[in-house]
Design a protein around this ligand. Structure first.
Ligand SMILES: Cc1cc2nc3c(=O)[nH]c(=O)nc-3n(C[C@H](O)[C@H](O)[C@H](O)COP(=O)(O)OP(=O)(O)OC[C@H]3O[C@@H](n4cnc5c(N)ncnc54)[C@H](O)[C@@H]3O)c2cc1C
Length: 459
């Protein structure tokens, strides 16, 4: 593998795909490399913006002929992972121009091209009364999300997004376009649903959709001074919550932004949000213990499913960010105390938010016919993020996020990670657990020279 890769020469790509392929120093190189996470600086040997499957094939053939590796990227939400690898002999294939969604209403599926975003899927599915297992943010791509697990606010009832994938189209290291599914190379189909960008450039994904035109969802907000009582109440709420309910608890430090309403701008708050797949009456009954805490804001109610994308208040634009993640087996009082000692009232962690999402239910069940990642063990997923506009802020924010994860280590679920929340490098064995050995075998069959370089690489 190394012999082949050590003779790479990106100059030989010059002239390929005019206006869609750039080398360092070219006008357009920096913009084409820029990931959603602006704290991640990517400096590949070349960057390509394919507009068709034929473009992808041309890039793969030229890159492999030149002895270069290939790193697929749809949005760069997880750009920090690629930034932590050596890209000096790698062509970054940025799929932001290869997009499009078609919905088959009868089959209740969507065919999602290349780098398409969840907002594109919901915009196409919504008019048919359908939705999907999307995450909190509309500008995350389906590919990086669904092929690394993908945790939705419908997940405790419907499981990880990876289990909703029915087929994947990709260009493999030999430059050939392939379609894989349960009936077509089921081993590669298994590997892609978890192993993500390790096997090729994904040019389309076929997904199951959900028959929901609207949903009971929203958020409740309190001042951070109420963090302890709200967190205890949320923990108790999660212990009783049926699988139809998927919620998160967050301590947020909202920046002083003119876009925010004045009563929120610059404030430290606690927020509970999520979705309840029940009738309005039953949802209201389930939420009553939280409403009894008299939130300052309560938006829970029935909304069109596409509006779920606005609920979590994720940054609306590319943002420089650093994060940490761990999974907790449970949330006893001592873990709540440890959490609040880092980010509760009177602390100054510098984090934008520290979040726990409830797991369990269908998240925890290995899916029949599932892929390399089909479930996640544990009770709660921690995701801590800091905005990092400068290297100093990145260092301080990264330290604060890690300090929170470390403080919660005594309650960590052993050998469990949610790869979509894991934006810091971990070893391949940690990332893929029991699936690691089989993923390696599949990679040695499909990509024997180790051409593909993924966020969470398997080698
Ligand atoms: C604001 C925000 C909100 C989020 N909310 C959630 C959430 O609710 N639930 C959740 O589970 N996660 C969430 N995430 C995490 C997010 O799902 C991951 O970062 C995910 O990997 C992003 O996928 P992407 O394709 O947009 O990113 P990218 O950085 O482009 O891709 C990540 C990796 O996926 C692979 N990949 C991407 N596209 C392709 C392709 N076309 N072909 C082959 N491989 C590909 C590559 O290996 C790449 O390194 C959130 C992240 C942010 C920043």
């Amino acid at each position: 593998m190394t012999d082949l890769l050590s003779i790479g020469d990106a100059e030989s790509l010059r002239g390929l795909l005019p206006g869609r392929l750039f080398l360092p120093g070219d006008d357009g190189y920096d913009a084409a490399c820029r990931p959603w996470n602006l704290a991640a600086v990517l400096g590949p040997a070349a960057v390509a913006l394919p507009e068709s499957v034929a473009d992808v094939q041309a890039i793969v053939k030229a890159a492999t002929a030149a002895g270069l590796r290939i790193a697929p990227m749809s949005t760069g939400h997880a750009g920090s992972l690629l930034a932590a690898t050596d890209l000096s002999r790698t062509v970054l294939v940025h799929l932001s121009r290869l997009t499009g969604v078609t919905v088959d209403r009868e089959a209740r599926t969507a065919r999602v091209t290349g780098g398409s975003l969840w907002i594109d899927v919901l915009a196409a599915a919504g008019p048919h009364g359908l939705t999907a297992l999307h995450g909190s943010s509309g500008d995350v791509a389906v590919a990086g999300f669904a092929l690394s697990g993908g945790m939705s606010f419908y997940g405790r009832r419907h499981g990880l997004a990876a289990n909703s994938v029915r087929a994947v189209e990709l260009v493999t290291a030999d430059g050939a376009p392939r379609r894989v599914s349960a009936d077509e190379d089921d081993d590669l189909f298994w590997a892609l649903r978890g192993g993500s960008g390790n096997f090729g450039v994904v040019t389309a994904i076929e997904l199951d959709l959900l028959p929901y035109a609207d949903v009971f969802a929203g958020m409740m907000l309190w001042d951070r001074a109420r963090a302890a009582e709200v967190m205890h109440a949320w923990r108790d709420f999660t212990l009783d919550a049926p699988e139809s309910v998927t919620t998160s608890f967050r301590v947020m430090s909202l920046p002083p932004l003119p876009d925010l309403p004045p009563f929120l701008s610059g404030r430290d708050v606690v927020v509970i949000d999520g979705a309840v797949l029940e009738s309005d009456e039953r949802a209201a009954r389930l939420l009553a213990p939280l409403r009894d805490l008299m939130p300052e804001v309560d938006t829970f109610g029935r909304i069109p499913t596409i509006d779920l994308l606005a609920m979590h208040m994720d940054p609306p634009e590319p943002t420089p960010a650093v994060s940490d993640h761990t999974i907790l087996a449970a949330l006893p009082d001592a873990a709540i105390e440890a959490f609040l000692a880092q980010v509760g009232p009177g602390t100054r962690s510098g984090l934008l938010f520290a979040e726990l999402r409830q797991l369990g239910g269908e998240f925890a069940r290995p899916a029949e016919g599932g892929g390399a990642i089909s479930h996640v063990d544990g009770g709660y997923a921690l995701y801590a993020i800091a905005v990092a506009p400068t290297p100093e802020a990145a260092e301080a924010g990264g330290a604060a996020a890690s300090a929170l994860a470390r403080a919660l280590e005594p309650w960590a679920q052993p050998h469990s990670l949610l790869l979509t929340f894991c934006e810091h490098p971990v070893t391949a064995a940690e990332a893929y657990g029991d699936s690691f050995e089989r993923l390696l075998l599949t990679a040695s069959r499909v990509d024997p020279n180790g051409v593909f370089q993924a966020g969470h690489g398997i080698r």
